[in-house]
Design a protein around this ligand. Structure first.
Ligand SMILES: *[C@@H]1O[C@H](CO)[C@@H](O)[C@H](O)[C@H]1NC(C)=O
Ligand SMILES: *[C@@H]1O[C@H](CO)[C@@H](O)[C@H](O)[C@H]1NC(C)=O
Ligand SMILES: *[C@@H]1O[C@H](CO)[C@@H](O)[C@H](O)[C@H]1NC(C)=O
Ligand SMILES: *[C@@H]1O[C@H](CO)[C@@H](O)[C@H](O)[C@H]1NC(C)=O
Ligand SMILES: *[C@@H]1O[C@H](CO)[C@@H](O)[C@H](O)[C@H]1NC(C)=O
Length: 341
């Protein structure tokens, strides 16, 4: 009797300890509009994300949308002026691994007419946050096909997953952070022209031959891409013969002013020995690029032979590239610091 009771108490204590670690978000927070897939739609809820977005006032008020589990086959273009937060249902807010909400579409550049228009999720507003949502472009290999097209400032993407093949994540304008999420693609899959972006604690998965980044920075007023403490892996379903054909980046810029910094990266994806790539043979674009690394480690780096247009930073030099340099010294006023690494 007594030991059994003790065991029950111990089990309870363990259960509450676990729930303290794995924080769940399985119901709409007060005031949130709720989206729930399925027929018939639950009463008082929206069947689509676009339905909930259309119901929000087009004003400066702060609003929240909560999404129940499901695959939402929609193109989502977020434009309302006021702050907006989207939460996906999850039993573990700290990680993308338990995400149960998927926004999915499959437009290519040719279908849509522009990189931006091909985006499954397009952010054309400031002060936007999203937690625990997967965003997929299902088009596959062959052409640009964007999962997230990001033009806003003060935009935070937390424990989200972005999946595509070519040009998955378009960090094109504004200040933005990607924290503790998952980013998958093959060709130039983190790219953009003017964006100020910080990537911390993400799993970055290479799905086929190509470059992780393609910075298209055009002027000195444009931002940089700063990566800190990310892990670069070979995607579980990577295409054959990817090993040796993965690079950290190549210069997309018409004027080669790229600024891409990888700090403290654990790389298990089998990189090409040169680590960084030219744009194309005959159109190298390597004058004035700033492709830098500090403390890259992992089994994916075998006998690196870095090209002269890349830079290995000392610890002191690397300290200068941090979240402040990437998105501004006011970052603490809009970034969710619980996710910051
Ligand atoms: C998406 O939002 C942008 C910015 O407001 C707008 O220019 C564009 O027309 C919108 N696209 C669609 C398809 O609604
Ligand atoms: C969301 O993406 C992550 C990373 O690929 C995966 O672990 C998770 O299972 C995905 N969730 C769904 C519902 O597809
Ligand atoms: C590395 O990339 C270069 C240029 O694309 C290619 O010629 C070479 O075969 C690659 N190396 C390996 C080991 O795959
Ligand atoms: C190098 O990066 C690894 C992985 O992020 C980290 O654990 C380690 O502390 C870093 N070392 C230095 C000297 O910064
Ligand atoms: C970023 O680096 C600058 C320059 O070294 C430094 O002044 C600042 O305190 C750092 N900020 C953070 C958040 O580490």
């Amino acid at each position: 009797m007594y030991p059994k009771c003790l065991r029950a108490i111990a089990a309870l204590a363990l259960a509450s300890l676990h729930s303290a670690v794995a924080k769940q978000r399985i119901a709409p927070p007060p005031g949130a509009l709720a989206v729930r897939a399925g027929t018939p739609p639950a009463s008082g809820m929206f069947e689509t994300i676009n339905g909930a977005l259309a119901a929000l006032p087009n004003d400066d008020s702060s609003r929240t949308i909560f999404i129940f589990p499901g695959v939402y086959n929609e193109l989502v273009n977020i434009t309302r002026p006021g702050p907006l937060t989207i939460y996906g249902y999850t039993t573990d807010t700290a990680s993308f691994a338990q995400n149960e909400v998927v926004i999915q579409a499959g437009l290519s550049l040719a279908d849509a007419g522009s990189d931006d228009a091909s985006g499954t999720l397009r952010v054309h507003k400031d002060s936007f946050s999203m937690y625990n949502v997967n965003v997929t472009n299902t088009f596959g290999p062959g052409m640009q096909a964007i999962a997230i097209s990001q033009y806003g400032s003060k935009v935070g993407l937390y424990a989200c997953a972005f999946l595509g093949y070519q040009d998955t994540l378009y960090a094109n304008e504004g200040t933005q952070v990607y924290l503790k999420g998952y980013i998958e693609g093959a060709v130039d899959f983190i790219f953009g022209r003017h964006g100020f972006a910080y990537f911390g604690g993400n799993t970055i998965a290479s799905k086929g031959p190509g470059c992780v980044t393609a910075s298209g920075r055009e002027t000195d007023a444009d931002g940089s891409y700063v990566f800190n403490q990310n892990t670069i892996i070979l995607a579980p379903d990577a295409v054959p013969n990817t090993a040796g054909y993965i690079f950290l980046g190549r210069p997309w810029g018409v004027r080669p002013l790229c600024r891409v910094i990888f700090k403290n990266t654990v790389i298990t994806a089998p990189l090409n020995q040169t680590i960084w790539s030219i744009w194309d043979p005959g159109d190298e674009r390597i004058d004035d690029v700033f492709f830098a690394e500090y403390n890259s480690t992992g089994s994916g780096l075998t006998a690196p032979q870095r090209p002269s247009f890349s830079t290995l930073l000392t610890e002191t030099q690397a300290d200068v590239f941090n979240i402040s340099s990437a998105v501004g010294s006011d970052y603490a006023t809009w970034v969710d610091l619980d996710y910051l690494v």
